[in-house]
Write a protein that binds this ligand. Structure first.
Ligand SMILES: C[S@@+](CC[C@H](N)C(=O)[O-])C[C@H]1O[C@@H](n2cnc3c(N)ncnc32)[C@H](O)[C@@H]1O
Length: 220
């Protein structure tokens, strides 16, 4: 697997990507710009990025983009909690466009700094410059209230239980995709109905690093 387009084609052939829109955005944002040097960028597995964190595997990025696709229309607001390398936040920004907002929140300041460097080399750079895409240091369990409510929330680390602040920041009609659990985790799809009630289903079993405090992560 030696280029980004081939990685996307491979995910299409294996039925992971069925959406043209998701295929196009993953082609546009080159994964190689987001992984550390000498890392096999296009292999379908997570890769170490330091600080006991990983960039998620391409098939997980594709799955989450597809689950959220309807809530990533131009002009919509998207929050990426545990934004790590910034890859998925950049994809969100491309989909919601310059009239939308894509916010990344990550609690390791060094990862936020490198995610900004990564994005500056990518097709999402103009959106970062104009401010529709922004990356922040913070505890993602608290969300990012300044730009709430969100049509789409993605959580890139496993929460021991559903964070109330994130449920509160979801717009009626909005959707959150979040891994929940400790050792055994389920990828949950959380829909906030127009009347404010919540519907939750499990998409699949997954394995993510924990959504935790910075100290706990650095000591793990
Ligand atoms: C699987 S990794 C990165 C995922 C990201 N989607 C990517 O592919 O680059 C999960 C990230 O969540 C971050 N994280 C864990 N707990 C957090 C918290 N409480 N607040 C913000 N970020 C957190 C970790 O530092 C890590 O970068």
């Amino acid at each position: 697997m030696n280029n980004n387009k081939k990685m996307v084609e491979h995910l299409q052939q294996y039925g992971v990507i069925s959406s043209e829109k998701v295929a196009r955005v993953m082609e546009t944002i080159d994964r190689a710009l987001f992984v550390p040097d000498r890392t096999p960028a296009y292999a379908d597995c997570p890769q170490e990025i330091g600080y006991n964190a990983t960039i998620s595997a391409p098939h997980m990025h594709a799955t989450c983009l597809q689950l959220l696709e309807e809530k990533l229309q131009p002009g919509m607001h998207a929050l990426d909690v545990g934004s790590g390398t910034g890859y998925l936040t950049a994809c969100f920004a491309m989909l919601v466009g310059p009239q939308g907002r894509a916010i990344g929140v990550e609690h390791i300041p060094e990862l936020v700094a490198s995610s900004i460097n990564n994005i500056e080399k990518s097709a999402a750079a103009p959106l970062l410059k104009k401010g529709s895409l922004s990356m922040h240091v913070g505890d993602g369990r608290e969300g990012w209230p300044e730009c709430a409510p969100y049509d789409a929330i993605h959580v890139g680390a496993a929460a021991p239980e559903m964070p109330q602040a994130l449920l509160d920041q979801l717009k009626p009609g909005g959707r959150m995709v979040i891994p929940v659990g400790n050792i055994f985790q389920d990828l949950k799809v959380v829909d906030k109905n127009p009347d404010g009630s919540i519907s939750i289903r499990s998409e699949s079993s997954v394995r993510y690093v924990p959504l935790t405090s910075r100290d706990a992560q650095l000591q793990s």
